[in-house]
Design a protein around this ligand. Structure first.
Ligand code: ATP
Length: 231
């Protein structure tokens, strides 16, 4: 289990995370819900060790080191980390080389998973936004992570890519890969996760299991916050 204990984060003097406590069990999928600026991306960055909190503790699963934790982790952020003048295959080969040995079969496997195998020799620049996002997901999955962080992976995707991504997440969930999913589409996030966490102004203000009965009270709270913020 990955655990955050009393995490505080300041960015340019702004307190963006306040006393965050979160437990993420192996294989668990968590929907992270909140209005713009609630601190969702910042929380993912802390979990991904991309930013260091000002105080608090990160307890890695089985007391792993940071380095070992990173090996278990896949990160999909909106900036896609892709080289647009290379082909999909070349992009994945580049990342694989960076982190270990080239394994062509694994590259083909993830390309098939994201349904890009047939266009793997095409330059990424020619891809649609959805295809680029799917390639970005393939990149994150290359090393077969046990934990996955997904920041708005559905954002701006065409319906075909959305469907592919949704099925991939359902498959991962069945396989026991845990993920934290930040999504504006709360209904879809609810459907794809075991548990939901609601953030507001840098704090976790509610948590609940993603059951059918649990959805409306949780979402009501979320909508109230969004309304409060925009009024
Ligand atoms: N590098 C930074 N410097 C200063 N403030 C920052 C920085 N990064 C984030 N913030 C601020 O921290 C708060 C939380 O931002 P964060 O991106 O984590 O929210 P979010 O919930 O992911 O929002 P969104 O849905 O808009 O992406 C915001 O008020 C944001 O302006």
């Amino acid at each position: 289990m990955m655990e955050l204990q009393n995490i505080n984060l300041f960015m340019n003097d702004k307190n963006v995370l306040h006393s965050i406590n979160l437990q993420w069990r192996k294989g668990e999928s968590i929907a992270l819900i909140g209005a713009n600026g609630a601190g969702k991306s910042s929380l993912l960055k802390v979990l991904g060790t991309l930013v260091k909190p000002n105080s608090g503790k990160l307890k890695y699963p089985s007391d792993l080191s940071v380095k070992e934790w990173k090996k278990l982790l896949g990160i999909v952020f909106p900036e896609t980390f892709l080289y647009h003048s290379l082909t999909a295959y070349e992009n994945l080969r580049f990342y694989q080389k960076l982190y270990g040995k080239i394994n062509k079969d694994r590259i083909d496997e993830v390309l098939k998973q994201v349904k890009l195998f047939h266009v793997k020799q095409e330059i990424v620049d020619t891809y649609s936004k959805g295809m680029k996002q799917r390639l970005s997901i393939a990149r994150a999955l290359l090393h077969n992570p046990t934990y996955l962080l997904l920041d708005e992976p559905f954002d701006g995707l065409d319906s075909e890519s959305k469907e592919i991504l949704k099925n991939m997440l359902l498959q991962m969930r069945q396989k026991g890969t845990g993920y934290i999913l930040v999504s504006h589409d709360s209904e879809q996030a609810w459907e794809l996760c075991d548990r939901a966490v609601l953030m507001h102004e840098g704090r976790i203000i509610a948590e609940g299991k993603c059951t059918n009965q649990g959805y409306f009270p949780f979402i009501k709270r979320y909508r109230e916050i969004v309304k409060e913020k925009s009024s």
